[in-house]
Design a protein around this ligand. Sequence first.
Ligand SMILES: Cc1ncc(COP(=O)(O)O)c(C=O)c1O
Length: 385
Amino acid sequence: MIFEGGRELFSFDPSVSYLNHGSFGAVAVPVREAHRGFLDEADRNPMRFARRLPDRLDEVRARLAGYVQADPARSALVVNATAATATVLHTLFPVVRPEHEILTTDHAYDAVITALDRFAARTGVRVRVVHIPLEAGDDEVLERIVAGVRPGVTRLAIVDHIAAATAKLFPIARIAARLRAEGVPLLVDAAHVPGMLDTDVEGIGADFWTGNFHKWAFAPRGTALLTVAPQWVDRIEPLVVSHADPDGFPRSIEHQGTRDVTAWLAAPAGLDLLESLGPDRVRAYAVDVAEYAQRLLAEKIGADRPFPGDGVSMRVVRLPGPPGAGTNFWAALRARIGEELGVEVNVNPWEDGGLLRVSGHIYVSGADAQRLADGLPGLLRSAGA
Ligand SMILES: Cc1ncc(COP(=O)(O)O)c(C=O)c1O
């Protein structure tokens, strides 16, 4: 199983089998060259580069927003989903009281939970984390989230569209509609969505939406979008206040002195590359090779094969763990898989065991999956898992 020419588009160390696109993405060579071109241009005449930047950023913003069907006038370029989440929390800071709650699920990204915990410590707000079983169907997911709402008390919900550790696809449009009916503002964490799934940000109609373009939309690292509903445009608070503050959203969010934004400028080159490869072909292969890897692994270690949802090119298998195995145990196992097997994957704690996540992409072959499946049982035994 191979995507002809896929691996050659990237500059991986030849010895690595890279099945963890989901964590950091990987930058294709033509996109890196486009990025480098902007860095070179900036160095040739920093002043002229700065003069041209606002118009160029308008174009990039319009292109990325259009790609996910978001309104460019209500979208800002940001570095990543983490920064977008921090911006939303910063905006809510003055209106949140100790009697309020923020709702999320136990599939939320760990850095989001950490940000929420810190926000709770500063504001006194309570964070309510709703448990969603890995195998829950869409109706159950919706009902569990709605059951966690406390009318008049829940001031924000943060829900993933595709979760990080579990790869689970959430029925986000239905969740958004129900939370809107309940009067609960929603932040959609769509970190994995651009490039992986077609999406309609306007149609979802959440108060806040963020998506990374550096994971599945071929952009250089540090390229994401934050889209806000009309009622938030004048209320959004930049994390770093700089020259463009009087311009208001989105420039007030995007501009930070001399920060390097050349990655953003190269993001359209990423979308061009995806278009030239054929997005449907790329996605179908990524899903197939992820599913293939999951099946091989499940057969080797006797694990079940949770189905994340249609179109998701990340798959998980459950790993048994020694009693009390925590985050450090699973992080150490992930590192050993990388160092000893030469295969990069993600491993996270989940319930009383772990979840190993594989990501499919055009540079992943069936042989990469086989290498992982062949090496994992022995490594699990030696790790005491
Ligand atoms: C669901 C989810 N949310 C947020 C993030 C944070 O993205 P970033 O590290 O680009 O800020 C990730 C990253 O993996 C993620 O998977």
